[in-house]
Design a protein around this ligand. Sequence first.
Ligand code: ARG
Length: 263
Amino acid sequence: MKKVLLLCMAVLGALLIVSGCGSTANKDNGTSDPKVLKVATNADFAPFEFQGEEGKSYQGFDMDLIRAIGKQMGMQVKINNLSFDGLIPALQTGNIDAVISGMSINDERKKKVAFSDPYYESGLTIMVKADNNDIKSFKDLQGKRIAVQIGTTSAKEAKKIPNAQVKELNSSADTFLELKAGNVDAVINDKPVNDYYKVKNGDNSVKRVGDKLTSESYGIAVKKDNTKLVKKINDALKKLKENGEYNKLYKKWFGVEPTADNK
Ligand code: ARG
């Protein structure tokens, strides 16, 4: 009788240990707090990330998407607003878990961080004043004054243009202001952001010119060795693409269904 009891207890104990291990494994998302996903963005990039009129709530496609991803992972999402060039350093020091900020996946960045699967297809375009008739494409930017946001792919491309004077500013909003003030001849920026600015503000003092210079895919970045978190994010993203949630958010912010590229 005693033996049976002992055996029962041993089996029970083993079960408890196994189930205990199981639950910690499930909770291990590669984050310091299994319940909170600490996310950083540079919230001046509508329609991807921006702050509401009252200056508090974070809105945009990226913001909705990362909240949906968090929900899928059973985590609460906390957003931090940092400068764009401070995002990768913040990941590297481990102050935050993930970056979603219309950030283009490229080899240079892949040396420093790991990216999720792509979630949006983008590229760069030019904006000039409405009355500018000599800048019609990227070729016409030689020797011109160009505003870009610091640390972006636009800054990188602008610097390749012969004899251009490149002004690197803190936000994409600042680049538009500089253009309107006549302090630069052109702005290089992500196409969807230029398009949104033009349409949303009904701003007739500026216009978009030329085709996309580059093709860039946005990804969510995490610390370079954090394969656990990349996997969790990719699984959640895949789920959202399958269950229609991704399409819903895409339609909400871009007015159309995603193209085959984005799906
Ligand atoms: N896609 C560009 C890049 O990765 C610009 C991103 C700017 N994002 C922002 N939230 N300001 O460099």
